[in-house]
Ligand binder design. Structure first.
Ligand code: PMP
Length: 497
């Protein structure tokens, strides 16, 4: 028996390469973040975790350059001995403050942050409750810890409660979960988790790798989004996503952080974050604190893409974040879709088991605040064409998404248009229209036209359509702003024209 036998016998890789469906380790020869060049082909990047687009922010780049000039390219050792810079301590102070905790520790990667924290804090006799869809780094951290692991079905609070109830009081208890789940783009039920933690005397650790910078009014993550920051004991995060760098952080009570700092083997026996990584992360934190418009733009884009894909008939699962999966199902079909997208100039990530269950393969798409509308429209067009060709979506959009052009009697130009789809209909004012009348008059035309159209629809649709004038009236004070900025979301579905 040779330990290499399994590697020698492994055929999957050869088959995937021979059939031309191998999508991994594609090397990028050029990149401006939103677009990359791979195999000599330019592609729009929708497979990155650079959510705020900060890898190209001038302040972030300048900070990294300055740190290299000052400290060189590496710390050449562990934080414990020779590798701690003033920059590391400052970064830790800044993160403690940002996340509203007593202290923070920065580790060389997000993955080893999780290994360090869980292996140091948990030990024999402790019980850890872990969501089944938690990231691999949490799973491995738990393995390193020797704690007793109890896994609960994804976001299943009833099962979590049962497991907590069955656990003897004498055990130390920690509930561990991702904040934003990285493949499906949904959120942990942090309200439910923190309530149960209080009830059963457990601590809570949230890995908010995909939530920091993105979720919450100030970008403080999923706990801020749910209003439970004080009930989350440890916030874990990575710098390789919104923070445009490499490294990780854990923020929590001073004494817990001191313990981790002196006991965690993955921290102590690993070289420190490079000077440029620490400086880039600090500059990114400045931008996150001072440029909330980036987060707003990211959410605008998220809404556009979610709505766009859904209106074509794609299944985006349970996503409520800038991670928008397109559920495809079978593995080969997923690879075919991925390849066709790549050849048409769109780069995303195919996700297959073990990252997802068998026959629940998906294309993971994710967005950056710096994507342009033109890029996103191209992504939507190309994805729709391929989706239809491969039979993933119907050839005609569900509930036909023909643009409804709205004009008042006697006007040949239209005043507003609405796209119809399964999703709530959005109404935009038309920028080309030279109609000098006040907005509420133009909207009056729209309402009139919708009501007129509604007469020809099913009774069930009628109910929704007739609610429209009231809805608009209720929000009349906000209308000009809403329509100009993002369109009013109107609850209406209409039969095919
Ligand atoms: N936690 C989660 C939820 C992640 O998605 C990742 C990275 N994909 C990590 C931790 C590890 O972070 P890093 O890759 O920056 O080491």
């Amino acid at each position: 028996m040779d330990v290499f036998d399994k590697a020698f016998a492994w055929r999957d890789l050869k088959i995937a390469k021979a059939t031309g469906f191998y999508p991994y380790f594609k090397s990028i020869s050029d990149s401006d973040a939103t677009e990359v060049v791979i195999d000599g082909r330019r592609a729009i990047m929708i497979g990155s975790n650079n959510y705020l687009g900060l890898t190209r922010h001038p302040k972030v780049i300048a900070a990294a350059h300055e740190a290299i000039d000052k400290y060189g390219t590496s710390c050449s050792g562990s934080r414990l001995l020779n590798g701690t810079l003033e920059l590391h301590h400052e970064l830790e102070r800044r993160f403690a403050k940002f996340l509203g905790k007593e202290a923070a520790i920065c580790v060389t990667t997000g993955f080893t942050t999780n290994l360090a924290v869980l292996s140091a804090l948990l030990g024999r006799g402790d019980v850890v409750f872990s969501d089944r869809q938690n990231h691999a780094s949490l799973v491995d951290g738990i393995r390193l810890s020797y704690a007793d692991e109890k896994r609960f079905r994804h976001n299943d609070m009833a099962q979590l409660e049962k497991l907590l109830r069955e656990t003897d009081e004498k055990h130390g208890k920690l509930i561990v979960t991702d904040g934003v789940f990285s493949m499906e783009g949904d959120l942990a039920d942090l309200k439910g988790i923190t309530a149960l933690a209080k009830q059963y005397g457990a601590r809570v650790a949230v890995d908010d790798a995909h939530g920091l910078g993105v979720m919450g009014a100030h970008g403080r993550g999923t706990a801020e989004h749910f209003g439970v920051e004080d009930d989350v004991d440890l916030v874990l995060g990575t710098f390789s996503k919104s923070f445009a760098s490499l490294g990780g952080v854990c923020a929590g009570p001073q004494q817990a952080i001191d313990w981790i700092r002196h006991k965690a083997r993955p921290f102590i026996f690993q070289a420190a974050m490079t000077p440029s990584a620490a400086a880039a992360c600090m500059a990114a934190l400045d931008v996150i604190e001072n440029e909330p418009e980036r987060r707003e733009r990211l959410w605008q884009i998220t809404e556009k893409m979610q709505r766009g894909f859904k209106s074509m008939g794609f299944d985006t699962g349970v996503s409520v974040t800038p991670v928008v999966p397109l559920l495809i199902g079978e593995q080969l079909r997923t690879f075919k879709f991925w390849k066709a997208l790549f050849e048409a100039g769109v780069f995303c990530n195919p996700v297959i088991p073990p990252a997802v269950a068998a026959n629940q393969c998906l294309l993971r798409t994710s967005y950056m605040a710096t994507h342009t509308d033109d890029q996103l429209d191209r992504v939507l067009d190309i994805t729709e064409q391929i989706g239809k060709k491969l039979g993933v979506i119907p050839s005609v959009r569900p509930h036909t998404a023909v643009t409804v052009k709205v004009a008042s009697p006697g006007h040949d130009q239209f005043l507003a248009s609405a796209e119809r789809s399964e999703a709530p209909v959005s109404l935009w004012s038309n920028g080309n229209v030279r109609d000098e009348r006040p907005l509420h008059k133009r909207l009056g035309d729209v309402v009139e036209r919708f009501t007129w159209t509604a007469i020809n629809t099913d009774p069930s649709d009628m109910v929704k359509v007739t609610a429209l004038p009231k809805k608009l009236w209720d929000r009349r004070a906000q209308l000009p702003q809403l329509v100009m900025e993002k369109g009013v979301s109107l609850v209406m579905r209409q039969k095919d024209a």
